[in-house]
Design a protein around this ligand. Structure first.
Ligand SMILES: [Zn+2]
Ligand SMILES: [Zn+2]
Ligand SMILES: [Zn+2]
Ligand SMILES: [Zn+2]
Length: 347
């Protein structure tokens, strides 16, 4: 993730809607591919571009979810679509009549924009030309007197992926709820961006592995057809992860079924790619000109993780990079790297 500059010289961040120094409205400009300052011009805005540029001068309007709901910070070309490239992927959005849902939705969209940024940077396909295209549903369990009710099995919303559609139960956007689930499930981290990275892993299994390199997949992750997903799920919740799983898997949940192992390892790959990208942009580690090997990626990530773990511990926070990446997990990451590069036309 890059940092951006306002036309006044102040630093702008990916989620900014206003410059804290000059007060100008800011937003993502599709033409600049950056967060820039915007100047009102009649009934629309004009992109001023970053400091030192002439600005792209694009005439834009805020995305409808920016203007009306304050859950987005992207703009669209004047006279074009109502929704930005990220919001256009939404199939279902939270019920705005429920108190607190606007804040939950805003957190979901912020995490989703980060995901989309990363997919574009890696050159991964997800748009209308991809089969199936990626889409999102943000839904809540039914409410009882304004409190989360223990919904019957049939009405409960499950976070998951099916045929291009990623569904997220919006209670995950509630920090207290999410932390409770994290502790109950004994997870090292539980975050919104983590959910997006995991679920999009299932999506890319369908798009990039199914019917294309399933044999290679099986050799590393195991046979996804035997046992069936249903049987594996039952066994996992009855017996838990096998002893010594840490040697071969990135998380206990990954032991459930080869598809979950893939999604967990895919999420780790996106974690590492995003952290290294941002660390490079902030000047914490040297810029890498050439695409690097997974081995080199992991070396850089470990060095950074060591420092960030200690800094987090100083502040009493959870470890930044809690997982030990064993050779078996690194082997799976190499396969994912291959699949990603092939999809991006670099492999
Ligand atoms: Zn400014
Ligand atoms: Zn622009
Ligand atoms: Zn939008
Ligand atoms: Zn999953």
């Amino acid at each position: 993730m890059r940092l951006y500059t306002c036309t006044c010289g102040n630093r702008l961040f990916f989620d900014n809607t206003q410059c804290t120094s000059c007060g100008r409205q800011t937003g993502w400009c599709q033409t600049c591919k950056a967060v820039t300052a915007m100047e009102p011009e009649g009934d629309h805005l004009r992109c001023l571009g970053p400091l030192g540029s002439d600005g792209c001068g694009a005439q834009v309007v805020p995305c409808r979810n920016y203007a009306e709901e304050q859950v987005c910070n992207r703009t669209v070309p004047l006279g074009g679509d109502a929704y930005c490239d990220c919001c256009a992927l939404n199939e279902t959005v939270p019920d705005m009549s429920v108190e607190g849902n606007r804040a939950r939705w805003a957190r979901l969209e912020a995490a989703k924009r980060r995901l989309i940024y990363a997919l574009e940077r890696l050159g991964l396909p997800f748009g209308a030309e991809t089969s199936p295209p990626l889409s999102f549903a943000f839904m809540g369990d039914p409410l009882d007197d304004g409190l989360w009710r223990k919904a019957g099995e049939a009405e409960r919303v499950y976070t998951g992926h099916a045929e291009g559609l990623i569904t997220i139960n919006i209670r995950e956007a509630d920090p207290a709820e999410r932390e409770q689930i994290r502790v109950d499930m004994n997870e090292a981290h539980r975050t919104l961006i983590g959910h997006f990275r995991h679920e999009v892993g299932h999506y890319y299994w369908d798009v990039l592995v199914r019917g294309q390199c399933e044999d290679q997949f099986k050799a590393l992750f195991g046979d996804h057809e035997n046992p069936t997903y249903g049987a594996a799920l039952e066994r996992h919740y009855a017996k838990g992860a096998p002893k010594g799983w840490e040697e071969h898997y990135i998380s206990a949940y990954a032991t459930m079924h080869p598809w979950e192992d893939w999604a967990e390892t895919w999420a780790l790959y996106l974690d590492i790619a995003a952290v290294l990208d941002t660390a490079e942009e902030l000047g914490l580690i040297p810029m890498q000109q050439e695409p690097t090997s997974v081995d080199a990626m992991l070396r850089r990530y470990r060095t950074l993780g060591l420092v960030l773990n200690e800094l987090n511990r100083e502040m009493g926070l959870l470890d930044f990079a809690p997982a030990v990446i064993t050779p078996a997990v690194a082997g799976k990451l190499e396969f994912i790297d291959l699949v990603v590069r092939r999809a991006a036309g670099q492999g």
